[in-house]
Design a protein around this ligand. Structure first.
Ligand code: CKU
Length: 596
């Protein structure tokens, strides 16, 4: 178990959280000299300023800086709040990509592998009352076959290191989410978990509160008017809510759950009372059948890279509502926590995905994977044990972090891994088992399968409660020949019906690269018209199979990738542009999804 609290930072009369975002100092360290020269103690010798949160690659104008691969450092300073005496202080990063070590006044206070989940450092014993306190972060963004996501590092002829991701998005590095200075009493709430049971019109909210002491715990649930609707005492118990308002898809109702520990701590968060079931090959949320409509997304935007920004997220939700979507997948990693809070409010469903992408040896995974031609023996070799350790760690951190969000209704354990060997099954079985054990809500588990993971050969889908398919008939396969694309697509679907009956299927990727300025009659690849024809063909196929219960198009918006002959300024499969304006097909999907 994780030795620190992953709770989202909040401020009330018992605890405080202050954002340390802004301009920090920043320095590349291509020869990895910093550690030996003790930058962690003395600070960065030759720094520039850098926006936090943000991705450094998206702001620079020079190739070497955009593509920088290796060690780099951030530095800032902070003061403790004036009432700090006798309290605990933590520095909490929403994420640091891809791995980091955090130093406070020269002392190592945290170390974290993986770039998409929080990093928490206890600085109580090293931060000085009179400040300023120096905070230095060593970061490294090199990919390898044990990192989540996977990739490799190549060296150019001039000796420059560059990342070679086994996946199709730019490997943005940096401090991508808010950094907080959190202050609590020594005895404090570490975690809480809720689970629901419906009892006629009433609901039972089973809760657990984890603290690091023995002071009595009390909990209360308030409705949207601030009225207490249920109360209980003890670290574990049940709140009975009469005539409960359920959290429903696109019709959210949020209660405020507050846990109090004696006079020392209090933590409040919004929760939604809802159930998740799979029955008759369908998803049921709070007892209502739901057909999933939406997208695979990315955390990606002009200038920001993967840096979280409220205005961008708000715009994305407005676009999602306009198009009548109700769901998205956090392809291919857990997003900033604010995304989930906003989905809770708006009633969107989320398939929460761990950063297990690129588990296949390929520098153009989309090409190899799209055609089903790859087998690279990925799950054999010395790297596997460490990779699995990182995978388990990411699953654990993700579920602990996100388990209380009503929006999160399923966990995705991987995207497009090489699932065709028995080694893949041996690798994944414990990861699925661990996820099942951790989630007391027993949300369904899945993984996204690419074309090679067919019904006759994939070793991993028997571990899944529902199956996610990423398919590109009409793009990577039979591009421009829609009738062959459709025929082969139908053949595959008929095979799934035979091989895995009784399980819901959804599509988590399907799409065409489309240039907003390109119109062609008749339709041809890359044009607006072609994206429309492709979407129409997919809709026809989906509608034939009652066990296809969701369509998440690839991608919500155009996004940045590495460079390549198939990538025109990035991946252009967005239904919206990178600036979040609709392409033609957005109108088509909007009409379909309004009534679907
Ligand atoms: C997407 C088989 C396709 C793999 N899939 C992964 C995703 O990350 C890519 O962006 C394909 C694509 O557009 O090629």
């Amino acid at each position: 178990m994780i030795p620190y609290s992953l709770l989202y930072p909040i401020t009330n009369t018992r605890r405080s959280a202050v954002r340390l975002d802004g301009l920090w100092r920043f320095q590349f360290d291509p020869e990895s000299r910093g550690m030996g020269e003790k930058w962690q103690e003395h600070g960065l010798p030759d720094s520039i300023s850098m926006a936090v949160p943000g991705s450094f690659s998206e702001v620079f104008t020079e190739t070497e800086k955009r593509d920088y691969c290796g060690d780099f450092w951030y530095e800032t300073e902070f003061y403790l709040p004036s009432d700090h005496a006798g309290k605990k202080q933590y520095i909490r990063f929403g994420s640091v990509t891809n791995r980091c070590r955090v130093y406070c006044n020269g002392v190592l206070v945290a170390e974290h592998e993986g770039g998409f989940l929080p990093v928490v450092a206890d600085v109580t014993d090293v931060a000085a009352a009179d400040g300023p306190n120096r905070l230095v972060v060593w970061v490294n963004n090199e990919l390898n076959e044990t990192s989540m996501p996977c990739g490799a590092v190549k060296t150019t002829r001039t000796g420059r290191k560059i990342n070679a991701p086994y996946f199709d998005f730019f490997n943005f590095g940096g401090i991508h989410r808010s950094v907080w200075l959190v202050q609590t009493n020594p005895e404090a709430i570490q975690d809480y978990t809720v689970d629901y049971e419906l009892d006629g019109e009433d609901a039972l909210v089973h809760y657990q509160v984890v603290t690091n002491g023995e002071s009595p715990v009390a909990v209360a649930l308030r409705d949207t008017k601030g009225q207490i609707v249920a109360q209980a005492e003890g670290k574990e118990g049940t709140l009975k809510v009469e005539k409960a308002h359920l959290w429903k898809v696109r019709n959210a109702y949020l209660y405020t759950f507050t846990a109090t520990v004696g006079t020392v701590d209090e933590y409040s968060a919004k929760i939604g009372i809802r159930t998740v079931e799979i029955k008759d090959n369908q998803f049921w949320i709070s007892g209502e059948k739901v057909y999933l409509k939406g997208f695979g997304k990315h955390e990606d935007c002009d200038m920001l890279g993967k840096g979280f920004n409220y205005a961008v997220a708000k715009r994305d939700y407005e676009c999602l509502k306009w198009i009548h979507a109700n769901c998205f997948r956090t392809s291919h990693y857990p997003y900033a926590e604010e995304w989930y809070q906003m989905a809770d409010e708006e009633g969107f469903l989320i398939i929460d995905e761990v950063p297990a992408v690129g588990l296949m040896r390929s520098f153009t995974n989309y090409l190899a994977a799209g055609t089903g031609s790859s087998y690279t023996g990925f799950f054999r070799g010395d790297h596997v044990e460490k990779l699995q350790k990182h995978h388990l760690q990411a699953v654990e951190e993700m579920i602990i972090r996100d388990k209380n969000h009503p929006s999160v209704f399923a966990w995705s354990i991987f995207n497009e891994a090489e699932t065709t060997s028995p080694f893949a099954h041996d690798y994944f079985a414990p990861v699925f088992a661990r996820a099942r054990e951790l989630d007391i809500q027993h949300r369904p588990l899945t993984g996204a399968l690419e074309k090679s993971s067919g019904p006759d050969c994939c070793q991993v889908y028997p571990l899944m409660d529902f199956v996610c398919l990423n398919r590109y008939y009409g793009w990577y396969i039979h591009g421009g020949v829609m009738e062959d694309a459709e025929a082969e697509f139908l053949e595959e679907m008929d095979q799934w019906a035979i091989h895995y009956p009784g399980h819901p299927f959804i599509f988590t990727e399907y799409g065409t690269d489309t240039l907003p300025e390109m119109h062609r009659l008749p339709a041809s690849m890359w044009s607006q018209e072609y994206q429309d024809e492709y979407m129409e063909m997919y809709a026809k196929v989906f509608d034939r199979y009652p066990w296809v219960v969701g369509e998440l198009a690839w991608n919500f918006a155009d996004f940045q990738t590495g460079q390549g002959i198939m990538r025109v300024g990035g991946n252009r499969k967005g239904v919206f542009t990178r600036e979040r304006q609709p392409k033609q097909t957005a109108h088509l999907l909007r009409r379909r999804w309004e009534t679907k």
